[in-house]
Design a protein around this ligand. Structure first.
Ligand SMILES: [Zn+2]
Ligand SMILES: [Zn+2]
Length: 378
């Protein structure tokens, strides 16, 4: 079928993106669904910081590519052999679909599956197929096996999680990345316990979800840290007990004072190396630094050897929530519907394709949390 999509031909174009236009809005061809594939009509897609880092070229992707890895929609058609879903189902789309068979998938960690990451890095679906095509017949790649900056997507059923129909699409879109990543970091990776103290560095969609999840887990102190104090009101409204300006030269001391020597868990969500350094300094002896934000592919950081051992600090990576989206997302959707994970608060604006590049300027400026692209208009 022919559909409208946002195609990236080049990474690393400079801001302002409204001028350099990393995404070209154009008609493309979508084929399928083939065997073991599903056609989804996209009803909402989030603009995430990792999309921004792909725009900026921090991690290389095969080009041209249709962007977007966080979305929700309606199943319209299933290919042969698909039993997991049927036309009419409402679904969130998760980029961490595993193969379901390898060692890491069987152990409940599909986000670490290497069998599908190869195909994903080559711009293919997990089936090895490429269903997107440019109108002139040229090759067009899938992003994260999903590509939701489009009116439709063909994906494997492992990338879909059924949503209750009372979750609106513009909220459901957030479950596949922001919510699963932020809540999973707290519930699955760190296993934050009742009464623990928590800091969250970077109050975007993922960070604010981590704040909500920490509150749900019963954390006694939840300190939100960001370079933009404009985000603090929202952070407090969803569970932060304290907020600290990351640019304050005494930020580390402030957190130590607030927590009698440091937090039990410091979540680094911004993907920034100096923030990761700060996370190590604000963590109490025996505490945990949880890295959630993805950095540059070549970046490295140092850990002071002696204190790491002698203070029994844990450095933990958490990739997209470290769980199984098919198990976790229904639980988070239930928490949302009961008002305990108010992720609808993350929505900033609804935008159309014509505002997508500008939307990345706003995300780059940091003043917005989650803008939602509506590929079929309002
Ligand atoms: Zn994301
Ligand atoms: Zn696997």
């Amino acid at each position: 079928m022919r559909m409208t999509a946002a195609v990236m031909y080049e990474q690393g174009l400079p801001a302002p993106f409204a001028q350099s236009r990393p995404f070209r809005i154009e008609e493309v061809e979508l084929e399928g669904p083939g065997e073991g594939e599903v056609l989804v009509e996209i009803r909402g897609a989030g603009l995430c910081h990792s999309d921004l880092s792909v725009v900026e070229g921090l991690r290389k992707r095969p080009l041209p590519i249709v962007g977007g890895h966080e979305g929700a929609g309606i199943v319209r058609e299933v290919g042969r052999g698909v039993t997991e879903c049927q036309p009419g189902d409402h679904v969130a789309m998760a980029a961490v679909a595993g193969c379901g068979k390898c060692r890491t998938c069987v152990s409940g960690r599909p986000g670490l599956c290497q069998a599908v990451s190869g195909a994903r890095n080559e711009g293919l679906l997990a089936t090895g197929a490429r269903r997107l095509r440019l109108l002139d017949g040229g090759r067009l790649n899938h992003y994260s096996g999903i590509s939701v900056y489009a009116q439709y997507a063909v994906v494997v059923p492992q990338a879909l999680v059924k949503l209750p129909k009372d979750v609106p699409f513009d909220v459901g879109a957030l479950f596949g990345c922001a919510v699963v990543t932020g809540a999973g970091a707290v519930f699955n990776s760190a296993k934050v316990r009742q009464g623990a103290s928590v800091a969250v560095i970077g109050l975007g969609g993922v960070g604010l979800t981590a704040v909500m999840a920490a509150r749900e887990a019963g954390a006694s102190k939840i300190i939100g840290i960001d370079v933009l104090p404009g985000k603090f009101d929202l952070a407090r409204a969803v569970g932060a007990t304290d907020c600290v300006d990351a640019r304050d030269p005494h930020v580390v001391q402030q957190v130590l004072d607030l927590t009698d020597g440091g937090v039990d868990f410091a979540f680094e969500v911004s993907g920034n190396l100096s923030a990761l350094e700060m996370a190590q300094k604000i963590t109490v002896r025996g505490g945990e630094v949880v890295g959630v934000g993805l950095g540059k592919a070549t970046a490295t950081f140092t850990v002071a050897h002696l204190p790491w051992v002698a203070e029994e600090k844990v450095l933990r990576g958490s990739m997209m929530g470290g769980g199984v989206p098919q198990d976790d997302i229904p639980r988070y959707a239930d928490l949302y519907l009961r008002g305990r994970l108010p992720v609808d608060r993350l929505r900033s604006d609804h935008i159309g394709f014509d505002q997508l590049n500008e939307g990345f300027d706003l995300l780059h400026g940091g003043g917005v949390v989650r803008q939602i692209l509506l590929p079929h208009g309002a």
